[in-house]
Ligand binder design. Structure first.
Ligand SMILES: Cc1ncc(COP(=O)(O)O)c(C=O)c1O
Length: 353
């Protein structure tokens, strides 16, 4: 028997608005994986692709940056936060933070990390909001605040500016706290503001970054990026302890190189964000649709009548964000086209009529 071709089991033309993770792999990334194939390379990260990767990350995040590829974003967060805290220390984050709401408890259960959460109006922490949990230093009865973790873009689709991140870092550092940034969508945030990624991270004072590749065109792969070497210890060991040491790491590193060495990350993020704006504009004027949050990157939140949501979900996949209010989330990806957005907006209008 010869090679067995894969049967295509889905319609490649069909797009969803559920998550940027529904998208496939950008062709330039797939090509990079194919180019890195063949022959043998040292396993577990001692390959030439992973070595070259450090230069790529340093170009974006500065001379002190060091990146450790991992499999997914939850792991990037858990490894980062564990490397920044001792057993008795805790992490302050927004109540809506992915580490709190969407990681199956991994920071607490797998990482053993106590989270101290703060309600926010828009998914963003501020120095004042940090102070709601930054207390009890020296009290043996209280898990000791050690890290402030923020996400950019946030889980509510909002974007922190460089000034807002810098204000958080200055405040946190003044209290003796470190700053972690969940950059699962850092590329979208930087593209939305038209600033280099280092303006939102290294230059603003962020200590450790979880950098996201999967949502912006990679097959899989995220990275723990330590920006301040004094802020994290043992990442080499923790990555293995938390089962994140890829044996064939060259293929993760080659993807990052394809994403970050040119402008692919920016092209993809600009496209996803532009499609988010287009969708928001298309549905905003429709009677019966409320867009309750600012659309600053690739996520659009909307409140619709429930029966409309149910009918629409039979045609396009997307998630209900809040069952109580009927708020839904529509997410655009790097491969969402204007035609996809227009077809979806037309379907919203049809179901409302
Ligand atoms: C803000 C944020 N952080 C982290 C992640 C990474 O999660 P995963 O473990 O699914 O790669 C996601 C994915 O949805 C996210 O939205």
């Amino acid at each position: 028997m010869g090679p067995h071709p894969v049967t295509v089991r889905h319609d490649p033309a069909l797009k969803a608005f559920a998550s940027d993770n529904y998208a496939g792999v950008h062709p330039e990334i797939l090509a990079a994986i194919a180019e890195a194939n063949g022959g043998h390379q040292i396993a577990y990260g001692d390959d030439v692709y992973t070595e070259a990767l450090q230069d790529v990350f340093r170009r974006h995040f500065g001379e002190r940056a060091h990146a450790w590829p991992v499999f997914n974003g939850t792991a990037a967060n858990v490894v980062s936060l564990r490397a920044m805290t001792a057993h008795w220390e805790a992490v302050i984050c927004a109540e809506t933070a992915h580490i709190h709401t969407d990681e199956g408890g991994a920071p607490e259960v797998t990482g053993g990390i106590k989270l101290l959460t703060v309600p926010t109006p828009d998914g963003k922490l501020t120095p004042e909001l940090i102070d709601r949990q930054a207390w009890g230093f020296g009290d043996v009865h209280r898990a000791q605040p050690r890290v402030v973790s923020i996400s950019n873009t946030t889980e509510l689709g909002t974007v922190y500016t460089p000034e807002e991140v810098a204000a958080i870092c200055t405040h946190a550092h003044g209290l003796g706290l470190l700053v972690h940034l969940d950059g699962s969508r850092l590329t979208n945030a930087a593209a939305a503001l038209d600033v280099p990624m280092r303006a939102l991270t290294t230059d603003a004072g962020v200590d450790v970054l979880s950098f996201g590749g999967t949502k912006i065109g990679m097959l899989y792969g995220e990275a723990v990026v330590v920006l301040n070497p004094e802020a994290a210890t043992g990442v080499d060991y923790l990555r293995k302890t938390f089962m994140q040491l890829s044996s064939k790491m060259r293929f993760v590193s080659a993807q990052f190189e394809a994403l970050l060495s040119g402008d692919l990350w920016l092209r993809n993020a600009r496209r996803a964000n532009a499609m988010g704006r287009r969708l928001a504009e298309a549905v905003s004027g429709l009677p019966g649709v409320e867009v309750p949050r600012p659309v600053q990157a690739n996520a659009v939140f909307a409140i619709l009548p429930r029966d409309v949501t149910e009918r629409l979900q039979k045609r396009f996949r997307f998630y209900t964000w809040n069952e109580a209010t009927g708020e839904v989330r529509w997410m655009c990806a790097f491969d969402t086209t204007e035609e996809d957005v227009d077809a979806f907006a037309a379907a919203v209008a049809e179901e409302l009529a």
